[in-house]
Design a protein around this ligand. Structure first.
Ligand SMILES: C[S@@+](CC[C@H](N)C(=O)[O-])C[C@H]1O[C@@H](n2cnc3c(N)ncnc32)[C@H](O)[C@@H]1O
Length: 213
């Protein structure tokens, strides 16, 4: 029986071609660069199941593997069938789902993943789609699990009202000029209930005001 080595990952030319065919879905002409990948993956825990959304040509996937995440701990979801096929061929021990990040409940149960990392173009998505995706991701994340999401915008790509409705908080954890375009990274996590007898750390409404700034 002959074992074929995995094929090489798809490169920037394949990414650009996919963008030219469906600019709204791919939302960027270039894959994320190394500086952004470093920020995205640096807090990803090791030895636990990790979910990647919109893995594309696998730049964050490879950064996570390089950092020590085991391939078998990865679940990747990617809606572009050509990207999903190549991800599955390049990462045979990962679970690759060719589908929509808003429908994770079909594949994952509550608490199945410990952290999530997203290359999804949230900024170019409708409010309803964003809500479905976040509900779907936090439906799979464990209690203390966080979602790492980048954006090219100046603030979190999720409106304050939606975060509040989902019981989430967004915290900026990094920014880089060394990406085209420059990008910032947010960590979204469940809002912790304040300990009994303690005042909340931020005044009610403070986050909404920060978001609106
Ligand atoms: C901006 S690209 C990011 C790719 C890669 N992670 C990177 O940073 O270079 C966005 C990716 O998300 C995928 N995508 C968009 N909407 C999706 C959805 N609802 N479910 C799964 N993947 C989606 C696109 O096909 C595309 O590969």
């Amino acid at each position: 029986m002959s074992h074929h080595p995995p094929p090489p990952p798809l490169g920037p030319a394949a990414f650009l071609a996919a963008f030219l065919r469906s600019p709204r879905r791919i939302a960027s002409a270039l894959p994320s660069g190394a500086a952004l990948s470093d920020i995205m993956v640096r807090d990803i825990p090791l030895g636990v199941p990790i979910l990647e959304l919109g893995a594309g040509t696998g730049v964050f996937t490879r950064a996570m593997l390089h950092q020590g995440v085991a391939e078998a701990d990865l679940t990747l979801i990617e809606r572009h069938p050509g990207f999903a096929r190549r991800l599955a061929a390049c990462h045979p021990r990962a679970r690759v789902l060719d589908g929509d990040a808003a429908r994770l409940g079909r594949h994952l149960a509550k608490g199945d993943v410990a952290a999530a990392i997203s290359g999804l173009p949230l900024l170019s998505m409708s409010t309803a789609t964003k809500f479905r995706i976040l509900a779907s991701v936090f439906g799979a994340l464990c209690r203390d699990g966080a979602l790492y999401q980048f954006t090219y915008g100046p603030r979190a790509p999720v409106p304050a009202a939606m975060l509040k409705r989902l019981g989430l908080v967004a915290e900026e954890v990094g920014f880089t000029w060394r990406n085209l375009p420059p990008a910032r990274v947010y960590r979204l996590s469940r809002r912790q209930a304040p300990a009994a007898g303690h005042a909340p750390a931020t005044a009610p409404g403070a986050e909404e005001r920060r978001d609106a700034a």
